[in-house]
Design a protein around this ligand. Structure first.
Ligand code: F6R
Length: 365
């Protein structure tokens, strides 16, 4: 039931504060992650993990890409991320004491399951899953499972499944990090930041009409570029995926630093550039990249931390977002990009909940 909402996608975007909170419920205290709540055997399985191999497809793959930053930053454990359809068709080297982590909303994605089964033959320490569907094949075949509490996701374009995957992955990263020397202070600081996420997502949802206004600039465009740095690069990828899936506008994501290595040649007044720029040490560099685009007549749409002090000017549109902790920023910054693509699609009159050629669960290759 869509209730008061025009589309399931919008309803599911708005459910995010609630389902993110539900995903943390019983799994974190005020200051720490309750490891046993991630699985009774979690402590044993996470001890001595020396490498994490993440496998997923589509939006779930983007969640894995964000998690790589967290796992390496917080736990100092090397992490590889690969799309399942690539992993399963190449010869791969699985290092000793590897945790094999599959991320899937449905738990039935054919390529992800095939990758898991193949890796089992090759041998690894343990199979872990982040999944939204209890009793799915992925859940049944994994040793350790963190269920996202997103509830049924009806819209084909994944929204709340992604932000709850990120929430689960961050709790997992903290648990793994504790086995690898993360201080109690740092853990407490990040757990407090996790508690703030639902409220911050609500603050972003309050910008809905401003984002709707912004979406008009995309309606008659055929191409767009999404930029991000660090853990915001996968957020840019996810923003680009959402836009192409439901509005059919070609959208490409680039790490901001790659701009002058090629894509800058494409930028003109017909190619809007969207960038996610949180307030961290990288924001200054991003700003200078953005200058280069503007000099070429490109229009910039910047989602920035209020504190980052990015000022609107001609050709530079700024959407000010709440100040967020650097670690949780990818979760919060995803939401305005979901709303942007939603409104572009509504303006274009496409079938938002059921985009052409796509299925909710890809159970065949
Ligand atoms: C994008 C989308 C797809 C899925 C992908 C994986 O909005 O929904 O890219 O993320 O098909 O599906 P799951 O997570 O069910 O394995």
């Amino acid at each position: 039931d869509k209730g008061e909402y025009r589309h399931y996608m919008l309803k599911e975007i708005y459910e995010q504060p609630k389902v993110i909170k539900a995903t943390t419920e019983g799994r974190i205290t005020d200051s720490k992650v309750l490891e046993q709540a991630l699985g009774t055997d979690a402590a044993n399985l996470l001890e001595n993990v020396r490498h994490v191999q993440i496998i997923a497809c589509g939006t779930s793959y983007h969640a894995g890409m964000v998690a790589r930053y967290w796992i390496e930053e917080l736990a100092g454990v090397p992490c590889s991320v690969e799309v399942a359809s690539e992993f399963r068709y190449r010869k791969h080297v699985i290092q000793p004491d590897t945790l094999f982590l599959c991320i899937s909303q449905s738990g039935e994605t054919a390529d992800t399951l095939a990758a898991l089964r193949q890796a089992k033959k090759a041998g690894f320490r343990a199979a872990m899953a982040i999944c939204n569907v209890a009793g799915s094949s992925l859940v049944r075949e994994s040793d350790l499972v963190i269920m996202t509490q997103a509830g049924p996701e009806i819209g084909v374009a994944s929204t709340k499944a992604f932000t709850t995957q990120l929430t689960a992955l961050l709790m997992f990263s903290l648990a793994l990090a504790r086995h690898n020397g993360l201080s109690e202070e740092r853990e407490a600081d990040i757990v407090r930041a996790i508690h703030q996420v639902p409220g911050q997502v609500n603050d972003v949802l309050a910008l809905n009409s401003e984002i709707e206004e912004m979406s008009k600039a995309f309606m008659d465009k055929n191409h767009s570029l999404f930029l991000g740095r660090g853990s915001q690069y996968p957020v840019a990828m996810e923003g680009a995926l959402k836009l192409k899936e439901i509005s059919y506008i070609h959208a490409e994501a680039y790490p901001a630093g790659e701009l002058k290595h090629g894509p800058l040649a494409l930028v003109d007044s017909e190619m809007p550039v969207v960038t996610v720029a949180p307030n961290n040490e990288l924001v200054e560099k991003l700003k200078s990249n953005l200058e280069e685009v503007r000099a070429r007549g490109g229009e910039l749409f910047v989602f920035a931390d209020r504190a980052a002090d990015v000022k609107a000017e001609a050709g530079l549109h700024v959407m000010q977002l709440p100040s967020v902790h650097e670690i949780t920023a990818p979760i919060v910054y995803t939401v305005p990009l979901q709303l942007l693509s939603y409104h572009v699609a509504v303006l274009k009159g496409t079938d938002v909940d059921q985009p052409r050629n796509l299925a909710k669960s890809v159970t065949v290759e």
